[in-house]
Design a protein around this ligand. Structure first.
Ligand code: PEP
Length: 253
């Protein structure tokens, strides 16, 4: 049985103090709650808030994630942070290949592959984001697009490493738009992803990998999406910025 994973991607929102407040409220809300043990809960603040939030979530069921990382160890890479830096502040998960990175900042499949390998080599867990645009869905090439992104990310990855990964299927047209994929649309792509993982590796490995849905997930639609056989949680943007909404999704999981 795959343990569900709910991750909040705070994106470029909240100052350090605001992030600390949100983390404090979340930790207080889930502390001692039985459901918090049966779901993996992750928050991904901005880089500058990681250290403060790390101190707040320490010892609680809430784990820390980063929104990206560079694949080099150190050096002349202005604006980037390394896996060592993330590990030093207590990060466990790293979001890779988010569609905003891909479309706004030129993230490539090749970079996602390098980052995935680096993150795993350093003992961190990648949340690998894949997903199609509206034009690609309308053009009937969703599986082709997602397949290319997925094959690239897993290229050269051992079975042992692949087993540690988390995937987030995030249709680009559903991110931040208020328009989520239907339960059936999400399940169809999740099923395709699991089948492809089975082809790249094998069926038992594919069965073990968690695939989150992301794209306007909220308390009202979370239960339906996560009731689908291949939907193992959510990567949540907007609704993760408010404790009540995020909590509603955690409870739905
Ligand atoms: C995201 O950014 O990963 C996301 C799913 O955002 P939202 O929930 O706001 O659509």
């Amino acid at each position: 049985m795959r343990k569900k994973i709910i991750a909040g991607n705070w994106k470029m929102n909240k100052t350090v103090d605001e992030s600390a407040k949100l983390a404090t409220d979340l930790v207080a809300a889930v502390k001692g709650q039985p459901y918090a043990e049966s779901v993996d809960i992750v928050v991904c603040p901005t880089y500058v808030a990681l250290d403060r939030v790390a101190g707040i979530v320490k010892g609680s069921p809430v784990k820390l994630g980063a929104q990206d990382v560079h694949f080099e160890n150190q050096g002349a890479f202005t604006g980037k942070v390394s896996t060592d830096m993330l590990k030093a502040v207590g990060v466990t998960y790293v979001i890779l290949g988010h569609s905003e990175q891909r479309t706004l900042f030129g993230e490539t499949d090749e970079n996602v592959r390098k980052k995935t390998a680096k993150v795993l080599a350093e003992g961190l867990i990648p949340i690998i984001c894949v997903g199609e645009t509206l034009a690609e869905r309308d053009g009937g090439i969703t599986e082709k697009v997602v397949g290319i992104q997925l094959r690239a990310a897993y290229q050269g990855l051992s079975k042992d490493d692949a087993a540690k990964t988390v995937i987030a299927y995030e249709p680009v047209w559903a991110i931040g738009t208020g328009r989520n994929a239907t339960d059936e649309q999400a399940q169809a792509v999740h099923k395709f992803i699991r089948r492809l993982l089975g082809e790249i590796y094998d069926a038992p490995l594919a069965q073990g990998i968690r695939i989150q849905y992301g794209g306007s997930m909220k308390p009202e639609n979370a239960a339906g999406l996560m009731a689908q056989g291949d939907v193992d949680g959510g990567l949540i943007g907007g609704a993760s910025l408010k404790v009540d909404a995020f909590l509603g999704i955690i409870k739905a999981a």
